[in-house]
Write a protein that binds this ligand. Structure first.
Ligand code: OAS
Length: 270
């Protein structure tokens, strides 16, 4: 991360910015999450207006961060932070769909509150969704700092540019990679160790779609690796554990390995 920061300055040595530390940026995002989902199982905001009324401090902090990080004029920074702020009610709604997906999809989840407070998958999704909003607003570097913070804390690496639908479910969030140009539909479930990656990492492919498209209601079990920008997983499909897939599959498919497993009983018989 430090390298990234130095390179960023190095790219434009004359830039007059002093980006707040990664900790300040991550703390801001943590405050956003805590604001939306405080001590109880989640504050119910009566209306978008009520939510925004209480979120004014978050907007002010974001303004401070982006005005130090971007080469935007003061008024543009204010407009950008206000646009983020305007989308908070929608962020809250979408995160609630993710909580529902995890709570209802996992028999081990005893409450929505448990999902919010203890699931690394939900933590990573929160940071991804905040970062994605900032990315869409054209804010440089901060989205990546946020998703890399979540990555370092959870092992779940979601690029801020990836597009992910509502009701996103990650269970046992660890070792998951979702690349920059991945597109994921609604009600998708991922287990630990899943990679949605590129088939080639040549630098000239920057900006080209390199990562898979995953349809609605797809379940991808642990350790599966799906690669390639043209790889499409049709909706309602199931990808079994440890599957290595570099080609598209039709909707309602099941892709699984059928390895030959030799089981030998080593108990000595006299
Ligand atoms: C997730 C993944 O494929 O990463 C490889 C490379 N960073 C890229 O984005 O293409």
């Amino acid at each position: 991360m430090e390298d990234q920061f130095l390179n960023y300055l190095f790219d434009k040595p004359n830039r007059k910015v002093s980006i707040p530390s990664n900790e300040i940026i991550s703390e801001w995002a943590k405050k956003v999450v805590h604001f939306l989902f405080p001590e109880s199982s989640g504050k119910i905001f009566a209306s978008a207006e009520e939510l925004k009324k209480y979120a004014i401090e978050l907007e002010h902090d974001l303004f401070g961060i982006i005005s130090k990080s971007c080469e935007l004029q003061h008024t543009d920074c204010k407009e950008t932070s206000m646009r983020f702020f305007d989308q908070l009610p929608e962020l809250y709604r979408i995160l609630n769909t993710d909580i529902t997906a995890i709570y209802e999809g996992d028999p081990a989840a005893v409450s929505r509150f448990e999902v919010v407070r203890s699931y690394p998958g939900f933590y990573a999704i929160c940071f991804y969704r905040i970062a994605h909003l900032l990315f869409n607003l054209g804010i440089p570097i901060i989205p990546r700092i946020l998703t890399e913070h979540a990555h370092s804390r959870t092992g779940v690496d979601i690029h801020p540019a990836a597009i992910i639908g509502e009701y996103f479910y990650i269970d046992h969030g660890t070792g998951i990679v979702i690349g920059e140009t991945a597109v994921i539909g609604q009600y998708v479930k991922l287990y630990q160790g899943v990679t949605l990656g590129a088939l080639s990492v040549r630098k000239v492919l920057a900006g080209v779609k390199r990562h898979p498209t995953v349809g609605d209601r797809v379940v991808i079990y642990s350790g599966a690796t799906i690669l390639g920008g043209e790889t499409v997983i049709g909706h309602d499909s199931i990808i079994g554990g440890n599957v290595w897939l570099t080609e598209s599959i039709e909707p309602f498919s099941t892709a699984y390995h059928s390895p030959i497993i030799n089981i030998r009983n080593t108990k000595q018989t006299s």
